[in-house]
Structure formats: C-alpha cells, structure tokens
Design a protein around this ligand. Structure first.
Ligand code: COA
Ligand code: MG
Length: 295
C-alpha cells in the first residue's frame, strides 16, 4: 500500500444513496473523507436500475475531487448484485463495498468475477460485516488478499441479535472489539457503524469517541450534519501531535545514548511508541493537505 493510501484520512464515510439526486450533487462539496455511493439498502428496489446507471456515470466523470469513492453493491447472490458488479466493474470502480459478507471466499469471488467482467483496476474491497456469522468470521474475511477494510454494520447486527432500540452499545462491544482485532491482525482498515439519530449531536459525538477508543479508523455516517463530529473526533488532537513530536525527539536521544528505553514525563518510551508517533504525524500532515485541497 503506498503512503498516500495508507495515511490518507478516512475519518468520515458518508453513505449517499444512488437514488438521491440532490444528495449526490451535494456530496461534491461536503467535507467527508469517503463517499459510499450506495446501491443496496439505501435504494428502493424500483429505482435500483436508475441508481446504478447514475453511479456508473459518476464513476466515469469523477466529480468528487479529493474524496475517496466507494460503491456499495447489492449481495452477489441476487440478480441486482450481479448486475451492479457487471456495471461498476466496466465503469472502472476502484473501491467496492460488499454488503453482509459472512465468510472466507466472498471477497476473492467478487474480485475474480469483476476481473472477468472487465474491471481494469486492482479492486480494493470494503467488506461490510453486519451479521453474527460475519462477525464470527471477521478474521477469515480480513485475511483475504483483496480485503482493504472491514466496515461494521451495527444496525443489521442489532436486528439480528434482537437487541432493544437503545443508544447503549454494551451488547455490541464484544463484536466491535473483535472486528478491530480481526482487521489489525491483517493490517486492514476498520470502520464503525452508523448512528442513525442524526439530529442528536451529543449522542453522535459520544459514539464517535467510543469508536475511536475501541480502535476504529473512522465512522460511517448517514447525514451531512454528522461529518464535522466524525472529522473532529478521528483527527489527532494538537496534544497528540505535540506529544508525538516529543516522543520522536526523546527517542533520538535514547538511541544516541545506546539505550532502547527512555522516559518522557513519567511515561516509558520505546520503539513501538515511535511507530505510533510517526503514524500520528503522517495522519496530521495528510489531514492538513486535504484541508488545503478543500479550501
Ligand atoms: N449524502 C449527501 N447529502 C445528503 C445526505 C447524504 N446521505 N442526506 C441528506 N443530504 C442532503 C439533502 O439532499 C439536503 O440537501 P439540500 O439542502 O441541497 O436539499 C440536505 O442534505 C439536508 O437533508 P435533509 O432534508 O435533512 O435530509 P433528507 O430528508 O433529504 O434525507 C435521509 C434524510 C436519512 C433519508 C438521508 O440523509 C439519507 O438517505 N441518508 C443515507 C441513508 C442510507 O444510505 N442508508 C443506508 C446505509 S446505512
Ligand atoms: Mg446493512
């Protein structure tokens, strides 16, 4: 993975239904890092075909600037899904989201079908993990060669688990942590599920903060009003950037003294902290770059 791909911010991932013309138009000016152009659950059956055509036309025109574009297709065991894959493969999709991935083989199967259908690019697959089976098999899914990211589908999971409609994610914590573990075991990105009460700012912020503490890279969103909170919570803070610089400086001194461990403000510092610090600085640089592009 090149440095641009590895460190680009993916803090906010906005679902934009392929059937919502105004939303697709508006998405060109929004500060979401990633746009997920949706053909699956965000689009009614009657307008799926029209949405597919619209999304393919957008893939050709590339009107979304620096924002990363992912297309979510329907399940490949449906006629809609096969038609989606055929169309988006030929339209040059680079980032493909598969819904309800449940086990090993599905990612590679989609990629090999896309190649046969004429996909020109190396596909990066974002596996939407949304069912108990999917979460239990997250490690096998992440291990697939073309799997780029795991994306938690928390609303589907809630429904499958028959959880009551509350904001509390206590019953999901095991599944969410497991997803992060599975993704990192294979050096993949991992994203948190959506918060569907989009007029509840405090609730959204709380859930973004929880996701970040659990180790996610960013949050999937359903409404533009949610972008700023996700961008803020998933950006390194000024204190984190300052600390990262101090750790790197301190570590240079540690190495010069031919030691492997040192202390900064009462906290032990070793090589692993330097790796984390470098990552923080690269992320901060990339966010600045993206902000300059958007200005
Ligand atoms: N992406 C981009 N723009 C969006 C958007 C989205 N997901 N959701 C709303 N907007 C735009 C609207 O087009 C509107 O733009 P305008 O001011 O130019 O007219 C503006 O934001 C305000 O929208 P609002 O009126 O508050 O919402 P809405 O009634 O149009 O839509 C939802 C509400 C929930 C239907 C809509 O946000 C949506 O479809 N979200 C995605 C749902 C989805 O994809 N679900 C499946 C994955 S979980
Ligand atoms: Mg879903």
């Amino acid at each position: 993975m090149d440095a641009l791909c590895r460190y680009r911010p993916r803090r906010s991932l906005l679902f934009v239904p392929g059937s919502h013309v105004r939303a697709l138009e508006k998405a060109r000016r929004l500060s979401a890092d990633v746009l997920i152009l949706d053909l699956e659950d965000g689009v009614a059956p009657a307008v799926k075909q029209e949405a597919r055509r619209r999304i393919c036309a957008l893939l050709a025109k590339r009107p979304f600037g620096h924002r990363e574009v992912v297309v979510r297709i329907n399940r490949l065991d449906t006629r809609e899904g096969l038609e989606d894959l055929t169309a988006v493969a030929q339209a040059g999709v680079e980032h493909l989201m598969l819904p309800k991935v449940e086990g090993a083989g599905q990612v590679e199967q989609a990629v090999s079908m896309a190649r046969q259908l004429g996909a020109a690019h190396r596909l990066r697959v974002w596996a939407n993990v949304e069912t108990p089976k999917g979460f239990l098999h997250a490690g096998e899914i992440a291990a697939e060669e073309d799997c780029f990211a795991l994306v938690a589908g928390t609303n589907d999971l809630r429904a499958c688990l028959r959880l009551p409609h509350t904001d509390d994610r206590m019953a999901l914590l095991h599944a969410l942590s497991h997803l992060v573990l599975a993704a990192r075991a294979h050096d993949r990105y991992v994203f948190d599920g959506t918060y569907i009460r989009f007029d509840d700012e405090a609730g959204l912020k709380r859930e973004c903060e929880e996701g970040r503490r659990l180790g996610f890279d960013g949050k999937t969103l359903v409404h533009p009003s949610q972008i700023d909170a996700a961008n803020a919570v998933y950006s390194p803070t000024q204190e984190e950037v300052t600390r990262a610089r101090q750790v790197i400086e301190q570590y240079d001194g540690i190495l010069e003294a031919q030691r492997s461990v040192g202390v900064l403000d009462g906290v032990m510092v070793e090589a692993l902290h330097v790796h984390q610090a470098l990552r923080t600085l690269r992320q901060a640089e990339m966010i600045e770059k993206i902000q300059r592009l958007a200005a």
